[in-house]
Design a protein around this ligand. Structure first.
Ligand SMILES: [Zn+2]
Length: 329
């Protein structure tokens, strides 16, 4: 069953008929009373939309923008830019074993997680941040209140298809807010708000220019597991300690999250590779800055401590919004 939120149905009726929201809700209330107790509010809204000739379900053919993807949909086609690729996991239970991988993609309207099962999971080995992917024949599920596009053996994933572009990705801040002291291992899509109390040096490392995965030094050259000998490009990682008044945690920022955190371009950051001393001032500047970070809590086995891996950073959270949130609690 495709779930469309009540508010969206009202919006759609308003869009198509010009009726005011209050008027639409009156009609829905009447319908609810008429059918006393037999239907839900959403059900009544669907009936009212029908009576007014408003189609709530758009035909599902053709490409959908990410914001229009609704849980329960089948045969979904969408195009997005890859924001993050997660590692392939093997699993086995009593009656099933296999592989699953996932990635986060985004377009001009939002972001969504794509979950790849079985042979589809292997495709992620050749996908890196910034690639464009086209999904065909996906189905949409809800997981912890979040939509995901799932791909199975009958679905298709096209990597960097010709002629497909995604201009600017809108990353809708969507994490559940938690306090640092509440964080648990494997918490995903969590939002933290805190002050940077310590910042560490930026570290550079070699990556394969084709797949952006780590390239390992070998005698006098660099090797990618997938692509053999390569002339490496560079990526970077930076750590900072965040304090939200309940506890502190070390946050790890990779690549474009470093760029966001410091509001600097790749070009600017690469200069610190040859001039590391100049990074001191940047670090000092960061201290005391309040940021919002969305990410996941991982256990770092080397130190046996929780770390927070950033997947999105807002270096300038809106103070009014934050105040409202506090007062609302
Ligand atoms: Zn490679």
């Amino acid at each position: 069953m495709i779930k469309i939120p009540y508010e969206e149905i009202i919006l759609k009726i308003n869009e198509k008929t010009g009726m005011m929201a209050g008027e639409i809700e009156d009609r829905i209330d009447k319908k609810l009373k008429q059918l006393s107790g037999l239907i839900s509010k959403e059900g009544a809204a669907h009936i009212v939309a029908n009576e007014l000739g408003v189609k709530i379900f758009e035909p599902l053919s053709g490409r959908l923008q990410i914001k229009n993807i609704i849980s329960g949909m089948r045969d979904v086609e969408t195009v997005g830019k890859v924001l993050q690729v997660y590692e392939i996991r093997e699993f086995s239970s009593e009656n099933r074993s296999g592989k699953v991988a996932s990635m986060l993609i985004g377009d001009e309207t939002g972001t969504i997680r794509v979950v790849l099962w079985g042979s589809q999971a292997d495709l992620t080995a050749n996908i890196a941040q910034g690639f464009i992917v086209k999904v065909l024949g996906g189905y949409v599920r809800e997981n912890n209140g979040r939509k995901e596009i799932h791909l199975n053996d009958r679905s298709q994933l096209l990597i960097n298809p010709k002629g497909e572009v995604v201009k600017e990705v809108v990353e809708v801040a969507s994490g559940r807010r938690k306090e640092i002291k509440e964080l648990k291992e494997n918490d995903i899509d969590i939002e933290l708000l805190g002050t940077i109390v310590q910042a560490f040096d930026i570290k550079f490392y070699e990556v394969c220019p084709r797949c952006a995965k780590r390239a390992k030094p070998s005698s006098d050259l660099f090797v990618c597991n997938e692509h053999g000998n390569v002339i490496p490009s560079y990526s970077y990682v930076m750590n900072a300690v965040l304090d939200d008044g309940t506890e502190t945690i070390r946050c790890v920022f990779f690549r474009n999250q470093v760029e966001k955190l410091l509001s600097m371009s790749q070009e600017q950051l690469m200069k610190f590779r040859s001039e590391p001393a100049e990074f001191e001032a940047v670090k000092n500047n960061l201290l005391g800055t309040i940021i919002k970070v969305i990410g996941r809590a991982n256990n770092n086995p080397m130190f046996n401590r929780l770390e927070f891996v950033a997947q999105n950073v807002d270096p300038n959270p809106n103070p009014e919004e934050e105040l409202k949130r506090v007062q609302g609690n």
